[in-house]
Design a protein around this ligand. Structure first.
Ligand code: EPZ
Length: 423
């Protein structure tokens, strides 16, 4: 078990270069197997989720090398289309390989990705979309055994809900499905637009990302070489801003895209923070004395991002008044609030609603990171608590944050991270 030691009470100041987006790089790494060729990605964050994806690619027969923040993937020797159970368990979002492997190889075998700390994580919409494109998928003994006996063909896919992963899986598979595919009620997250941009570099005919309908005209892809710089991570950006809002201070994010998290900026402004946003930077100034924002209601993009809900909730623990959070995307995304209460927070949860009553002070205490963003929420609370907080973390935070301890120390925080042996 890794451990974070954070002693709160210090203001944060300085600049942060925002890391590449985890939720953009994972589907793009999967897309690299669509066609034999070499892909060079830049601004790839050093995250355990990325490490696992590199292991998956090597297991498929690809050559993968990292040099600093660049990762090169050579998929010309791809020779397998199975992802082993242990890697699927470690990274449930690797289900996004399914569409790409079916398109490239005509078959694929993965174990069912498990649920996670956020509740059940069904993939019925992924399977519905891939079946519409011609895939035959046998769900047997916890495995997905997939083939395309009649080949892949374009389809009109209407998603009952705007699932990010299902949209990505359908886009990847449709690239090599003969004819036109329409993905309706598609997810509109910025990461979908990033994926479209990369697919176009492979020679795919994709349009409409960011709108409710994505259109793909399938056909052979050029292959060869594709270079791409990963967009900045909007949730990591929100994390640092929420930390500064809670602890007080003056920080600037560089290499950010504020328009991708404008809903979060609006809530932080309602809390009383001063925010100066440019095209690729955003500065936040806070005296640490916040007031409750208007109710935060999460939803598919362009709504308030569910991944930022724990972050803003943690920043509001001492905000004057009552802060209300409604979680509409995941069933069980308030488990982390039990850990925040160990630091003296006053939070009442009822189903999809959490009500935070601002307290005068938080006090450091031992706590456990329950999931990736719940762990980040604990870090934010610890930065604004009196005394030391020790956070036990089984690796959740490293999944999404590169060198978080170093960044926080550079901003003036008293934060140390001890990785467990063999983590
Ligand atoms: C992506 O997960 C992100 N992960 C999540 O970020 C993010 O919270 C989520 O999108 C929503 O924005 C990656 O991109 C790797 P969904 P995904 O499919 O694709 C239900 C983080 O912290 N659903 O949009 O799994 C599902 O249960 C992570 O970085 C079905 O019912 O999200 C959920 O309630 C956490 N059937 C809702 O849709 C399906 O087939 C949204 O899920 C698929 C999803």
């Amino acid at each position: 078990m890794s451990v974070w030691h954070i002693t709160g009470g210090r203001r944060l100041s300085g600049t942060v270069e925002v890391q590449g987006a985890k939720n953009a790089v994972l589907p793009i790494m999967a897309a690299s197997v669509l066609t034999p060729g070499v892909t060079r990605l830049e601004n790839v964050p050093e995250l355990s989720d990325v490490d696992i994806t590199m292991r998956i690619l090597r297991g498929l027969g690809c050559a993968v090398e990292r040099e600093g923040d660049a990762v090169t993937i050579d998929s010309r020797e791809l020779s397998r289309s199975e992802i082993p159970h242990e890697l699927m368990r470690e990274l449930r979002s690797s289900v996004v390989f399914l569409g790409a492997l079916l398109a490239r190889c005509g078959h694929a075998r993965l174990s069912m990705p498990g649920g996670c700390e956020l509740g059940p994580r069904p993939i019925d919409l992924h399977l519905m979309a891939l079946r519409a494109l011609g895939a035959e998928i046998d769900e047997r003994a916890g495995e997905l055994i997939c083939s395309t006996p009649g080949g892949l063909h374009g389809a009109a896919i209407a998603l009952p809900l705007a699932s990010v992963g299902a949209t990505e899986n359908a886009m990847l598979c449709a690239c090599l499905a003969e004819g036109e595919t329409l993905i309706m009620n598609a997810a509109r997250e910025p990461e979908i637009g990033e994926l479209e941009g990369f697919l176009k570099k492979l020679g795919a005919e994709v349009s409409g990302a960011g709108s409710a309908t994505v259109r793909v005209r399938g056909g052979a892809l050029a292959g060869g070489f594709a270079g791409h710089r990963i967009m900045p991570d909007r949730i990591v950006s929100a994390t640092y801003l929420a930390a500064c809002a809670a602890a007080g201070g003056d920080i600037e994010l560089r290499g950010a895209q504020p328009r991708h998290f404008s809903t979060v900026l609006r809530s932080l402004s309602e809390c009383g923070c001063d925010i100066i946003a440019g095209d690729t930077s955003v500065r936040l100034v806070s005296d640490g004395n916040l007031r409750a924002p208007r109710p935060v209601i999460t939803g598919p993009y362009p709504g308030f991002p569910t991944d930022a809900q724990p972050l803003l909730l943690a920043a509001c623990l001492k905000a004057k008044g009552t802060s209300v959070f409604v979680e509409n995307v995941f069933q069980n995304r308030f488990r982390f609030t039990e850990e925040l209460q160990r630091l003296g927070a006053r939070i009442h949860t009822e189903g999809r609603v959490a009500v935070v009553t601002g307290v005068d002070a938080l006090h450091g205490a031992p706590a456990v990171a329950t999931d990736l963003r719940g762990g980040a929420a604990l870090v934010i609370a610890a930065l604004s608590a009196e005394g030391e907080t020790e956070i036990l973390d089984s690796g959740h935070i490293r999944r999404g944050y590169a060198r978080l301890d170093e960044v926080l120390r550079a901003l003036g925080a008293d934060a140390a991270y001890t990785e467990a042996k063999g983590a």
